[in-house]
Design a protein around this ligand. Structure first.
Ligand code: SF4
Length: 425
């Protein structure tokens, strides 16, 4: 309970249950599936094994038939046994690739479990290839291995590598960090423009021609909560992060815009005036779509680090009761504002010991469990309604126009269950 005059800290002080053990998550390589679409002049070359190539193929689904801009340089037994020089092999593969694909302007060498286990130095390879291909082609490296990264952390690792390679600059301006689908990105730029924030830079930038610098006059707002490493490197390079909840739902979007506006001396009243029609539309859409969610209990398993901001949206805007909010990593600087807005503190858990967590799910019997694909069907078979977390990463869910759809994604399993029940009666 907050007494008048006291500032609510929400659940920022709630102790976190830290678990380590068996976990069911994707490795960071999966993020290449959406990253390559956001950077059309880039190619992602995974240096890995056949397992990595298979993972990418199955995660990309039909996309693999559309000449995607990613591939795997497969480490053969001779490489693993140190019988051939893997660095020479990488050079050969890259030469072959670049001679075939003249459209590539940025090449990412992506580390995997096998390349890390044999300590293949991809930073050295990137440096050497850069010397050969610069300035036409920029070669960078990051890791997407399952040892180092889970799922969306692959994007974090990629963006952090991009920031590390950016030049220094004293130019003032706003950088928005985090990949978004094109249509959502356009909506965001339009909103920022209308509240009076101009010259916005995007990370990742669509083209290497839009290169920009980072320095003490750079302000950064984040649209994705899984960018801990990117956050840390931007701060180290002197940039000033804007603290705000993430732009999910009407309230999240408004608070995010107001935090940026305040950084640039724009009044909150001005933001209210400019956004009023969009806010009303979003509120109405959320109210309609979230009707089956009101008063229901939700359990979020760790998957993408989107869990804390989404929990805030589900509890504040959709009337849900949070049982447990699990996240692979909890970066308090990034999700602190969302934590502060969660009122009735649920169990907060970081990391995973999947069997123990499933026992908690079974004991709580929530109305909805948000989890990965591997757990969804078994839980459905036990009579629990589930929502596949991966859809939240691939669907447009940010800002006002998507607020209703976001609520709808969670409501759909409950609606379907109600319909099946009626049909069975
Ligand atoms: S990087 Fe590791 S976890 Fe990911 S597919 Fe390759 S071997 Fe598997």
């Amino acid at each position: 309970m907050t007494t008048p005059g006291q500032i609510s800290k929400g659940c920022t002080q709630t102790p976190v249950l830290r678990e380590r053990g068996q976990h069911e998550v994707f490795c960071g390589l999966t993020s290449i599936i959406w990253l390559h679409r956001m950077m059309p002049d880039s190619f992602f070359l995974v240096v890995g094994s056949r397992t990595c190539a298979h993972l990418l193929q199955s995660a990309a689904g039909v996309m693999i038939f559309a000449e995607p801009r990613f591939g795997t340089a497969i480490l053969e037994e001779t490489d693993l046994a140190g019988m051939s020089d893997a660095q020479d092999e990488i050079d050969r593969e890259v030469d072959r690739l670049l001679s075939r694909r003249a459209d590539i302007r940025r090449l990412f060498l992506v580390g995997s479990c096998p390349s890390e286990v044999i300590k293949l130095d991809l930073a050295k390879a990137a440096e050497r290839l850069n010397a050969r291909y610069a300035p036409k082609i920029r070669v960078l490296n990051f890791t997407g291995s399952g040892i180092e990264t889970t799922f969306t952390q692959g994007e974090d690792s990629c963006l952090a590598a991009m920031v590390a390679a950016m030049p220094s600059s004293d130019t003032a301006g706003l950088v928005i960090a985090g990949g978004l689908p094109d249509v959502v990105q356009d909506q965001m730029l339009d909103l920022l423009d209308r509240i009076g924030v101009k010259d916005v830079r995007l990370l990742p930038n669509r083209s290497s021609d839009e290169e920009f610098g980072i320095g003490p006059n750079t302000h950064v707002a984040f649209v994705q909560p899984f960018l801990g490493e990117t956050y840390d490197i931007l701060v180290r390079r002197g940039a000033h992060p804007v603290s705000a909840p993430f732009p999910f739902g009407e309230q999240g979007t408004t608070a995010w815009l107001k935090a940026i506006a305040s950084r640039f001396g724009i009044s909150s009243d001005h933001v209210d005036a400019v956004t009023e029609p969009a806010r009303l539309r979003a509120r109405k859409a959320v109210a309609q779509a979230s009707e089956p969610l009101d008063g229901k209990r939700v359990f979020l398993l760790p998957d993408s680090q989107l869990e804390v901001p989404l929990a805030r949206f589900l509890s504040r805007e959709c009337g849900m009761e949070l049982v447990e909010v699990g996240t692979p990593y909890l970066h308090r600087d990034l999700v602190g504002c969302d934590l502060a807005q969660i009122a009735d503190c649920p169990t907060l858990s970081e990391g995973q010991d999947v069997e123990k967590q499933l026992d908690r799910v079974r004991a709580a019997r929530p109305d909805l469990t948000v989890c990965g694909l591997g757990l969804a069907n078994p839980l459905e078979a036990e009579g629990l309604a589930t929502k596949w977390a991966i859809e939240l990463v691939f669907s447009p869910i940010h800002f006002y126009e998507q607020a209703g759809d976001l609520a709808g994604l969670f409501a759909r399993p409950l609606r379907r269950r109600a319909m099946l029940q009626v049909a069975a009666e």
